[in-house]
Design a protein around this ligand. Sequence first.
Ligand SMILES: *Cc1c(COP(=O)(O)O)cnc(C)c1O
Length: 215
Amino acid sequence: MKERIAAATRQSGRNIDEITLVVVTKTFPVTDAQILYELGERNFGENRNEEGLSKKELVGPDAIWHFQGQVQSKKIRQITQWAEVVHSLDSVDHARKFADADNANALKFFLQVNLEPSRADRGGVSIAGLQDFLGEIAGLKNINIIGLMTVAPLGVDPEGAFEEVAKAKNLVQKNYPSITQLSMGMSGDFEEAIKYGATHIRIGSSILGSRPAQA
Ligand SMILES: *Cc1c(COP(=O)(O)O)cnc(C)c1O
């Protein structure tokens, strides 16, 4: 895996230091995260609050936990107790609730972009809606948006999807200079994502094996 990431980075003329590997440990036992920690991994991704909360306690204190699942309002305060990076912000209401949490200014956020407007259930703000969304949350001093996140839609060329989100990032960065990062690329498409500027790749199954289907 490290070899493939390094190769994709070289081919894109990029530096390996620009890429953060987030190992998505959701549904896998905490022992997997502990072993990866011993091997030097520090970034772990979870999509359920309870699972992240309990795993954080059992893995080295300098591990960085990433929340990348759909946010539920009533879980927000708890999410802020274990996650340092939230990849899936897509609601102004949620942003306000995060801003009210005690340690809100210690968190970093990616704004999730949905490239399939017909699949609103997937979560994410449409490309067309990004400027309005950012305008609405601009007054929330504690909400530090560092980048855009996406999941490439099934059945389309991931390169086109990643290129579109990279362009959108460059556009919004003009008005919001803190938006510099791109969270995109999973087991099946991280090489394409690196080509289009991903700074955070979220990889589970190709490191840890296939996981049972999630509800
Ligand atoms: C599960 C998940 C991943 C990891 O997917 P793999 O295909 O196992 O690499 C990445 N991002 C999100 C948002 C996920 O839910």
